[in-house]
Design a protein around this ligand. Structure first.
Ligand code: PMP
Length: 356
């Protein structure tokens, strides 16, 4: 008998790479991190283990009722329509495991878009149909209709979209909701920064709607790992049945409860970030290397630059990390830059003014 690991691994797992970020790949000293679309200003609570006086021998609430009550108050969505995941990445995975028969069913994604939809699909052996966004990064309604077949279970619409930054036209999303008899997942990770309103108000109108949000962005809690999904009571029921029983640990639940008291502060931060986004847009527009700044409804900007690869490396050498999207189809020659603090944004512009 000869042990052959490669032979044992499922084919669709072989093509996966470990999750890595520009920041973690960078070996130098990074002082300005504008690569992961976090809230650069701060977080409403911080981890002070010494002050957490709670025994940890009991399992946490598997359905996170206290947390959901508070989320319900803030979002105006009933508790029974809320799912909490270990990041919204968990919600993506759970949805795929509920709706997609491995090897048989398919999902539709709209590139350029968030990468986890296709990663989760690969892990779950679910076929991905790609329907590219139009040149102004909107839905190609006809192409989506043409791509749907009777094994299409999920369509992922990211709005505001990562990495392009724009919101997807509301009327177009409604056309998809009205005409597709599978599930439409609207990923609103960046909704706090958007001019466009959330779709959570329309859960009552569309039984096939799932809205995802997260505490990782405007709420400044990326390290805590809390993602949210809003959907019909029935869909949420299935999501709860499929998730791991104790998917949100006790420390996370308690810290999130504390953090969620700070709505006003988070709203102030969000306003500040939006103002900084405008400042950054204007400052970038003045640079000779900038070719195009895409309109953003998020806390980052997609910027087409002359010699994007070189600019990326140059910024790294200055300790400034952004996301290089120059080889992503549909974003050729682009860098994705998170809006930082005032100081970080100034450092970035100063560095770019001195390029090369
Ligand atoms: N959706 C989008 C569009 C994102 O950009 C991200 C994070 N980069 C996520 C979901 C995942 O967020 P979370 O931290 O909640 O897993």
């Amino acid at each position: 008998m000869e042990f052959n690991l490669e032979y044992l691994i499922r084919d669709n797992i072989k093509s996966l790479a470990p999750y890595s970020t520009a920041r973690h790949e960078f070996t130098g000293e990074a002082s300005v991190m504008l690569d992961a679309n976090e809230n650069a200003i701060g977080s409403p609570v911080s981890l002070d283990i010494g002050n957490l006086h709670e025994p940890l021998n009991r399992y946490p609430d598997p359905l996170q009722l206290e947390l959901k009550k508070q989320i319900s108050n803030i979002k105006g969505v009933p508790v029974e329509n809320i799912f909490c995941g270990n990041g919204s990445d968990e919600a993506i995975d759970v949805l795929m495991r509920i709706f997609c028969e491995p090897g048989i069913d398919n999902i539709i994604i709209l590139p350029p878009t968030y990468g986890m939809y296709s990663v989760c699909a690969a892990i779950n052996n679910v076929q991905v149909k790609e329907v590219p966004l139009t040149s102004d990064y909107q839905l190609d309604i006809q192409a989506i209709a043409d791509a749907v077949d009777d094994r299409t279970k999920l369509i992922f619409i990211c709005s505001p979209n990562n990495p392009t930054g724009n919101s997807i036209n509301r009327q177009d999303i409604e056309i998809v909701l009205n005409n597709f008899d599978g599930i439409v997942v609207i990923d609103e990770a960046y909704i706090n920064y958007a001019r466009q309103k959330t779709f959570t108000t329309q859960l009552v109108d569309y039984p096939n709607l799932v809205v995802m949000q997260t505490l990782s962005k405007a709420w400044g809690l990326a390290a805590l790992r809390i993602g949210l999904a809003f959907a019909s009571k029935e869909i949420i029921g299935y999501m709860n049945n499929v998730k791991y029983p104790y998917n949100i640990n006790e420390a996370t639940q308690k810290l999130a409860l504390q953090a969620l008291k700070n709505v006003m502060q988070v709203n102030e931060w969000t306003k500040f970030t939006i103002a900084q986004r405008t400042w950054l847009e204007e400052a970038l527009a003045k640079l000779p290397i900038t070719e195009k700044i895409y309109p953003s409804d998020a806390n980052f900007l997609l910027v087409k630059m002359k010699q994007a690869n070189d600019v990326f490396t140059y910024l790294q050498s200055k300790g400034i990390i952004v996301r290089n999207r120059s080889t992503t189809k549909g974003c050729e020659g682009c860098l994705r830059i998170t809006v930082g603090t005032e100081e970080e944004n100034k450092k970035l512009i100063e560095a770019l003014e001195n390029y090369p």
